[in-house]
Write a protein that binds this ligand. Structure first.
Ligand code: DP6
Length: 357
């Protein structure tokens, strides 16, 4: 099934050095991926908004070498602590990208968001790196179609971090085999294009409640779904939620959108609280924000809604038409619950893009 991603062209050794440069965004899941099988196969399909302002820019310099090697630089500093993760990634993708075993690589990345913001850089970072690697493949085989380029980039990104598979595509991307989306796959993400225009510039303000290291990593959290007492129901529910959400996205039905998105966020954390061992990633200020948002929404008849990823930060989602109501509320009422009063204003974006040299 995965054979089509194994590079098998006769041209396997690069003779020239080169540079590739990509920008790729972070994403926020609306229906959450939580639980996976071997080889980064998701236990359920997920769907996310691709963000715009939170992104990673990665420059990959490569040159032929008898002994392969790589270095990772983050924000202009050599980062040895990132190298084990990249090493695992390269080892996993080597069978699909054998040309990497004849290269010396220098990976230089810059994140647009602060390193210790609690925003995971793996989705943006690994998708940007996967796209750079596909540039090497294209240098060897200029016949590559654009569709295959993106599909294999998403396939490779998934092997680095599941959610990274979705960051390649604009606006809305789904990942995981499901009857809800045509052409869906466990191996790579695909773009969902049929959505109502209101979601094209949907706002996401990320309230930075806790910028520290997470007590339990996503990797461990996914593993805990293996023997989870509610796993089966959860995976079925995710598929049901996807079908309802798809309809709401097509119609621009914000009431249903809000209900599903909030239910998904709380279910994700409910899974954490009911696994063995159980754990909590929400903080008191996470809950304080949720209660303030619900009260403000009711009082003002607005559409802002909350979602969470695997951490304490709160993502506030709302239509652009409500910016003038919501931003003052964030500034006056919610920023006090954020570490150092910090929040990041982002919105749905157009996905990864090549940076011209
Ligand atoms: C809660 O993609 O970080 O953000 O595949 O182990 O790298 P790995 O996990 P990761 O998990 C993301 C979990 C989530 C939900 C989501 O983005 O769908």
């Amino acid at each position: 099934m995965t054979d089509k991603y194994i590079y098998q062209e006769p041209n396997i050794q690069l003779t020239n050095k080169g540079v590739s440069h990509w920008q790729s965004p972070s994403n926020i899941a609306l229906v959450k991926y939580w639980g996976k099988y071997n080889n980064q196969i998701p236990a359920n399909a997920s769907l996310s908004f691709t963000l715009n302002n939170c992104h990673t820019q990665t420059k990959l310099s490569y040159e032929p070498a008898a002994i392969p090697s790589f270095e990772v630089w983050v924000n202009a500093k050599r980062e040895l602590s990132f190298e084990p993760k990249i090493k695992t990634f390269i080892e996993r993708i080597l069978v699909y990208c054998p040309y990497l075993s004849n290269l010396r690589l220098k990976i230089e990345t810059y994140n647009s968001f602060p390193h210790s913001s609690g925003i995971a850089s793996s989705a943006s970072g690994l998708s940007a790196l996967a796209l750079c690697i596909m540039d090497i493949e294209q240098a060897l085989n200029p016949q590559l179609s654009e569709a295959f380029f993106k599909e294999k980039a998403s396939f490779l990104a998934r092997l680095g971090s599941g959610s990274a598979a979705r960051s390649i595509f604009p606006y809305l991307a789904s990942w995981g085999a499901t009857d809800v989306f045509e052409n869906s796959s466990d191996l790579y993400a695909t773009e969902f294009k049929q959505f109502h225009t209101i979601f094209r510039d949907y706002q996401d303000t990320v309230l930075l409640v806790d910028r520290g290291q997470k007590v339990v990593s996503s990797t461990v959290g996914h593993q805990l779904m293996n023997d989870h007492p509610f796993a089966k129901q959860r995976f079925e529910q995710a598929d049901y939620n996807l079908s309802i959400l798809k309809d709401a996205l097509i119609k621009g039905d914000l009431k249903t959108f809000n209900e599903i998105v909030e239910s998904e966020a709380l279910t994700l954390h409910a899974m954490m609280m009911t696994s063995a061992p159980y754990f909590l990633l929400m903080k008191p200020n996470t809950l304080a924000i949720i209660e303030e948002v619900w009260a403000f929404r009711k009082e003002n008849n607005l559409n802002l809604t909350i979602t969470l990823d695997a951490g304490a930060n709160v993502h506030l989602l709302y239509p652009k038409s409500e910016v003038n109501d919501v931003l003052p509320f964030i500034k006056d009422k919610l920023s006090r619950y954020c570490e150092k009063g910090l929040y990041i204003c982002d919105q749905v974006g157009t996905g990864s893009q090549r940076i011209n040299q």
